[in-house]
Design a protein. Sequence first.
Lengths: 116, 306
Amino acid sequence: MTFEDEICGPSDAAPEREGPSFNLGMWLATIYRYYISPVDGSRCPSWPSCSSYSALAFKKHGFFMGWIMTVDRLIHEGKEETSVSPLVYTGEGWKILDPVENNDFWWFRSNRKDHE
Amino acid sequence: MNKGLGFFLLFSISLLQSSPVLSSQIIINSEEQFQFARQYLEKGEYLRAAWEFERFIHFFPADEEVPKAHYLIGWCYLKGKEYESARKVLENVHKTHSGTPLAGKALFLMGESYYLQGVSGEAERYFRMVVENYPLEELKNAAFYRLGWSRMREDRWQEASEAFKMVEDKSPLYVNSQDLSDKSLKGKTLPHKDPTSAGILAAILPGLGHAYAERYRDGIVAFLLNGLFIWAAVESFDRDHDVLGGILTFLEAGWYSGNIYSAVNGAHKYNRKIRNDYRKGLPDQLDLNLFTTREGHLGLSLKFDF
């Protein structure tokens, strides 16, 4: 098992919370991602980018936890994250590998149960 | 004359039809097909090897090596990281040949598939089944060894140490297991940040939980963001801008909750990093390639990484 596997969890496990078809948080994150970020410029040192991460967090955990996890990401996206998460090479250079699974592994176990 | 020519033509055609130039036939026996598949396995082309073992089973369904071929297909899928497929095949082998050493090996590999996927709890269940149901020494020792590793991955250091101690002294894994038994106990003394304390500190003063988890810059960011929004909200209410104050309070609630979550998350990540680094420094000497030895026994031996 690689370090990436350890922090991302099994790659084929991406359970998504069943919920209403409209997700406000996800919609806001997507608006930012497609309409504001291209104008504002990409400065996020992590992968996935903060807006993508936010959309994924809202999709996976709903509005409340998605919001809290987005705030967490905005606080911890600095250099200190490199001491606990690996780097990954993307089209935009080296980034900190920090998917949603890297920040919910201690309380969200469904990824793993899928394989049991 | 015409009759003679007709006979000549008929004779020529029959000669051509039986000529090896036009039609050649190769006869492959079961052993050759089995060895052909093994060749791919040994070259590390696991999925091709699996297909060739499938071909072997298709053409020689009554051969005595068919159970082994099924088992090796499972092994190949496992090495090819096709874990679900591996489990499906190995489960079939286990059910069909229940009680035999081959079934024991299949059960072990099912556990190994979960272990490789990082699903330590499920892996442990299978390794325990091997220990309880299959008395074959080598297999039992391998299962105890992996049981130790699975428990170590879940930070159950004491239980891991006990499992490593169960490996018998006849096993090639014995020396390594004894070493791991001692080292796994040291896991209990590794530096640890209590996530609850981090959360409480962050709740008392935003940023303090981060400082506790040794994330000082993040702590400053959390402190400034919360301070700024609290100050702005208070100022807004003081100047009777209640709607603005309400919006800022709502946003501050997010920063404040996120700050607590972030501190707890930071502590968990710190603990994970320390423990993963420690485990990576420990040698794992179980070589899965030895589960395919030609001689038929398990053939456990040591693996050294230089």
